[in-house]
Design a binder for this molecule. Sequence first.
Ligand SMILES: [Zn+2]
Ligand SMILES: [Zn+2]
Length: 366
Amino acid sequence: MRAWAVVENKAPLQCIEVDDPVPVGTEVVVDVSHCGVCHSDLHFWEGSYDMGGGQIMRLRDRGVTLPRAIGHEISGRIIAHGPDAEGIEIGEQCAVYPWIGCGDCDRCAAGDDNLCMRQQSLGVLRHGGFAERVVVPHARYLVPLNGIDPAWAATFGCSGITVLSAIKKLQPQAPDSPVLLIGAGGLGLSAIAMLKALGHDRIISADIDARKREAALDMGATQAIDSAAADAAQQVEAAAGGKLSGAIDFVNVTATAQLATAVLGKGGKLIMVGVGGGQIPLSLAGMVFLARTVQGSNTGTPQDLRDVVSLAAAGKLSRIPLHRMPKDEANRAMTLLNENQVSGRIVLTKGAGASEHALARKSADP
Ligand SMILES: [Zn+2]
Ligand SMILES: [Zn+2]
């Protein structure tokens, strides 16, 4: 099968031929119809993460080998399965949970694959949705769509569950308690939709990009604030009517973490989701006096994916802007994301066909 793969870090993706999957045991093969393009795909392409304080984490030191077909926001049809796979039907359209755990540890037994120390995630350690087909080790990682748009549902596997998982960590929050969301890209917009679906109605979005602030307001944010403004913290507090009790940082660089910690009051919770890099000094006594929580949150669980699909099926979740592009334009999609030109999410589609998107057509390959 064909697979758009990172062959060399920071070089254009290449369309390579990889072995067609033959499922064994409980494995299920999904023919990928849609795959979202996430910032984590860019990090994989770059091959490293800024860990703050001059520390760099290289993916090759974490067991990642190339070439690898990236892409972890996957939906598609079940086309084959091993003899021990149960509870699925050939032809069924599913969303795929990509953050697959080892299946043996206590975390996996509890259903927390995202906390497994020996993950085998699709698009990272196994070929992902930029390939024509993916192998899913067990049917529990598949959620039937029952008519939900597969382009939208593809995004649930990362952005959908990541925002749901982060919002769950903020709880309890009264529905009218203001929540600050930093970053209005694919995740930030998904979080606005998710908070509204869960009954929250005071959502303050902050972003440095005017176009993204506009998108946040269109999505239903109560206010949108320029996080680069010198008085951004004062603006957030004015919008909230005082200090806040909850913030989620989808950017998570030094400046945004400082903004979030500046506006949180006693008992406030900051949930860190972005991996922009950097570090902040943390007053240890201040953490106590203010009884604060700072918590990291990485993706979500298979149950979170079932919950997001249920919210969507119930008509409670608004769609973020989606820009469909054929998979053969994978490099252009990566470039647009890298150049910060994407409002919402690019979703790569199977086969050829015209792009359905409103994005600028000026970029060269990455
Ligand atoms: Zn992602
Ligand atoms: Zn495990």
